[in-house]
Design a protein around this ligand. Structure first.
Ligand code: AMX
Length: 476
């Protein structure tokens, strides 16, 4: 029997002793001993407590309902959606520090604040968030030479996610963790420190890497914008895509307001895609590969390979293509009857409606709602965009059709229903590229967990598998 008060005591959430410090690593340093103690206590006192049953259905059904991962940063409730250290998207929008450079007060929180929250469980002060932001900018000023050269020499037409995975894997050459491990001069207790440094360096490098990939796709490798060390992480992503009005390039001729909105879209998008609890393909893969003590670059590069799948991160691209094609075929994006017919034809051809359904969620994805709200708050910008109008209309009609169709467990829109089409609106029209932006954001959750995996000394993952004969024996 579990004594809940004892359990709570064994695994209470402790405030970092030095949480007034502005340095993330220092705050973690203070936090880790208590958490480590907690997890050892948990294992010692409650290691035999059963969490659930594994059924044959889950063994051959993608491990659905098989609760078997430890994941601290986020949790996913089928009806409430994602929570970041227990906080909803709305909470995060209220509580997490924003960029002081935002003039209109409508700005979104900095993803750097989210990274702090994920790592420590605490809402950072503005000083802490800006300190982390400055640290990322300082570390991300330029790519390592070897990665830069490699990225410049990739064959043209290479899939953007392949480019991202290659770029990240190449950075393993500079891995502090791999170097120290190879030399054999670090003990288990110190692993996390080097994994942390690699994780921060990796996240810091993503704006440059993303800019490089985009320039490979649209400009034959010619730089599209400038990295600014006095700017935040999302701003630098936008700048290196040539999407800010301050850039000499300003590819889309965005005016000041549009440019500010685009940066805020980027902050919103990258702030809420950071994680979706541990079981999703990109997060799970990163955690699994990292459990073999592969360094963060190799681990997250593997996660990126999973994110590239059409049932996972590539769905945003499929949605954009789908909306554009449908708009060609129907007389108006408001025509409910024609949309319904279009969807039924698709389902009859055994195709899925992209951007709908989810393995865990059983209601509309709050991340979708946040993206939709972004568009609704800017009617002057989006009111004439046929794709955005159709995206919203579809979110009323598709759930009805999918319910009637009767197969899909969750007939509601997921986040990918909205994200790509908003980037497309501002002129990022290279569909395969959207998942790279997803990859920037998703780095934060799985890499946070990787730091904690090593801090808590979690072992290599090695589940047991069964063949047909063994499954048959269980059925007798
Ligand atoms: N359109 C049509 N059919 C759908 C559907 C959709 N959007 N979503 C699920 N189904 C079907 C499945 O194909 C399955 O059919 P089957 O029994 O013939 O194989 C049946 O409904 C039951 O599936 P489920 O249990 O509801 O979903 P799942 O957990 O197996 O898969 C997901 C979840 C997301 C892969 C699925 O809903 C899907 O393919 N959606 C469209 C692609 C998409 O939007 N992906 C993005 C997900 C979010 C993300 O990770 N970025």
């Amino acid at each position: 029997m579990i004594h809940s008060h004892a359990m709570r005591r064994a695994f209470h959430c402790t405030k970092a002793a030095g949480s007034s410090s502005v340095g993330l690593k220092q705050v973690l340093q203070d936090l880790i001993p208590q958490r480590k103690h907690d997890i050892l206590e948990l294992k010692k006192n409650y290691g035999n407590v059963k969490i659930g049953d594994i059924t044959i259905g889950s063994v051959i059904g993608g491990m659905r309902g098989n609760t078997s991962m430890f994941w601290q940063g986020t949790s996913l409730d089928a009806y409430e959606g994602i929570k970041f250290q227990g906080k909803t998207i709305g909470d995060c929008q209220r509580l997490l520090p924003k960029s002081p450079k935002d003039s209109n007060g409508k700005g979104n929180f900095l993803p750097e604040s989210m990274l702090w929250l994920l790592m420590t469980g605490e809402v950072p002060s503005i000083e802490q968030a800006l300190h982390l932001s400055a640290e990322l900018a300082a570390r991300g000023r330029q790519l390592p030479d070897y990665t830069d050269k490699l990225m410049s020499n990739l064959p043209s037409g290479m899939h953007p996610m392949t480019q991202l995975a290659i770029g990240l894997a190449s950075m393993n050459k500079g891995s502090e963790f791999a170097r120290k491990y190879e030399k054999g001069d670090i003990g288990k207790n110190e692993y996390w420190e080097y994994v942390f440094d690699d994780a921060i360096n990796l996240i810091a490098a993503l704006p440059q890497l993303t800019g490089k990939i985009y320039s490979n796709i649209v400009a034959g490798g010619k730089p599209l914008g400038q990295f600014r060390e006095d700017c935040d992480w999302s701003y630098n992503i936008c700048s290196l895509l040539g999407m800010t009005s301050e850039d000499s390039c300003n590819r889309q001729n965005l005016d000041g307001k549009q440019s500010e909105d685009f940066v805020n879209l980027m902050r919103l998008y990258t702030g809420i895609h950071v994680d979706h609890e541990g079981g999703n393909v990109s997060a799970h893969t990163t955690h699994l590969v990292g459990s073999a003590l592969s360094d963060p670059y190799l681990s997250y590069s593997s996660g990126i390979m999973g994110l590239a799948g059409p049932l996972h991160g590539l769905a945003a691209q499929e949605v954009v293509r789908f909306l554009i094609e449908m708009n060609v075929m129907i007389s108006s994006p408001q025509s409910g009857r024609e949309i319904e017919q279009y969807l039924w034809n698709l389902l009859r051809c055994k195709r899925v409606i992209p951007g709908y359904g989810h393995a865990v969620l059983r209601k509309a994805d709050p991340r979708f709602i946040a993206m939709l709200d972004f568009a609704k708050a800017r009617p002057e910008e989006f009111a004439q965009d046929k794709n955005v109008i159709l995206m919203e209309k579809l979110s009323e009609i598709a759930p009805k059709v999918l319910k009637e169709h009767g197969k899909t467990k969750n007939p509601y829109p997921n986040v990918d229903s909205a994200s790509g089409i908003l980037f497309y609106h501002y002129g990022v029209t290279e569909l395969l590229f959207f998942t790279v932006i997803f990859g920037c954001s998703r780095s934060m959750g799985p890499l946070t967990q990787l730091v904690w995996d090593r801090a808590l000394g979690l072992p290599i993952e090695r589940p047991k598998s069964l063949d047909f004969k063994s499954l048959g024996a269980l059925c007798r």
